[in-house]
Write a protein that binds this ligand. Sequence first.
Ligand SMILES: Cc1cc2nc3c(=O)[nH]c(=O)nc-3n(C[C@H](O)[C@H](O)[C@H](O)COP(=O)(O)OP(=O)(O)OC[C@H]3O[C@@H](n4cnc5c(N)ncnc54)[C@H](O)[C@@H]3O)c2cc1C
Length: 494
Amino acid sequence: MPLTVVWFRQDLRIYDCEPLLRASRRGQVIPIYIFERSLLHHPEACSAQIAFTLDCLKALDIDLQKLGGRLILRSGNPIEILPNLIAETQAEGIYAHTDCDRIYCRVRDAKINAALTERQMKIRWFEPSASIDELSAYPKYREKWYEDMNEAIAPPPQRIVVPDNVASEKIPTLEELGHQRDGKIIPEGGTEPARSLLREFFDNKAESYYWRLSYPSAEATTGLSPYIKVGAISIRECVQFAKAFTKDPDFRIRRSSQQLISRLRWGSGFHQRFRYMPQLELRSLYAIFDDEGWEFDLALYQQWQQGLTGFPIVDAAARCLLATGGWKELNFRSRAIYSSFLSNLLGMDWRYGALHFMQHLLDGDCAIDHYQWAMQAGVTHCVDKSWTRIYNPGEVAIARCDPEGKFIKRWLPELSEVPTEKLGGNLQIFGYPAPMLDYKQARQKRVKQLERQRSGFRNQENVLPYLARMPEFPIPFARQDFSEGADWFSDRIQ
Ligand SMILES: Cc1cc2nc3c(=O)[nH]c(=O)nc-3n(C[C@H](O)[C@H](O)[C@H](O)COP(=O)(O)OP(=O)(O)OC[C@H]3O[C@@H](n4cnc5c(N)ncnc54)[C@H](O)[C@@H]3O)c2cc1C
């Protein structure tokens, strides 16, 4: 009977998983997950996300067992592990989804192609849902995205037969993977908890999602992001579930489900950009924004990280991120205000901010995070002035996303007695830090800088020559500051 290795990466599910379904229809399967040192010790690795992934792997193993199979675990370098596994088991080849998440992943997969070809072994790549294998302008991608979302969801295999003699490592603890728990609460992993969130959303939240999604204290959003990140649920499944509600008799539910579908599309769009412009992991979209250099002040950066800027909405976001990993509460608006503060008002390189987010976000996703950071910093646009989007972190931001001060008071208990209308002012008399900058001055400085940088190529018909190029050595940003990752580059990517 044919035997196929199915390599799970960011698709930890049995539903809507084409490689698993196709392999199981051919014959026996070796469903494998590999713990890769280069990812576990990447400067952006997040202990809480790794703990969540471990939970999702346990759930995947249970789902596979229900179908008669089991998950095989290995640790090390896939470029060695996979060809050796094929040789040991006489498998016919490997099935896997493509993974364009990071430059590292793409280089790894190219090396695997080469290593397998050298030994006359085969791998077949499948496109994950929402990923289109051609470079196209966004309107065309958008069209294709909707077409792809309408495709039937691949059912789970009827049965999975794994050969008895294939050994698996035990599921490791977080500590065995070189990480420590940092107090963040980890949601239950797996497909079923993700589906419950989706159901709960349409039972209880969809009436108000569209109108309240910018209020962090409302917890109005789905909370699906960590599950989508590891692929415990597919985007197609979420979209098809939501689509049923776009015809709901209640206008509010129709509006919210459309909004949810759009947001899911945005996330896919960032991945698509990374697929064709992987340099966005390390660069602003246009070279000029990085060429001039950025400011950096370690003390101010640390104050921003710890939530000691003297701006309550920014500090509440900072502390929420550190305490929870942003899951559920740290919504788009609060992430945007928090990030804009670092790169626009403090003038610091957005990549330092993206790094901090990735180290703490439970849903940290390189393509979404890095591009969102770059967008908030204003370095993805060259033409339109309106893309200088700098949030006023005082009264304006509070009025727009925390008018009752609930989010601020939850994360800054020292301000619990401050009247809400005073939260946008100077709160030193309450023992809270003085604002670390003057908003108007900082804003003016940044607007001028962006204007100057953009003026060099603003009305050019062809902006392609101004795009940032892939660096010769695609070293993870700030690797030098993280000694535990020091051998990451030298032994992985040349
Ligand atoms: C600076 C910054 C960094 C961010 N980093 C990440 C990240 O690392 N990972 C991540 O998943 N999201 C990121 N976001 C986008 C957004 O804040 C989160 O997707 C959202 O808060 C997740 O909560 P949810 O699943 O409850 O959202 P919901 O509103 O329920 O959305 C459902 C899904 O749609 C997608 N989505 C929603 N909003 C956006 C958006 N603005 N951009 C792209 N996709 C979106 C996500 O997959 C999300 O899980 C970032 C936003 C900013 C401003």
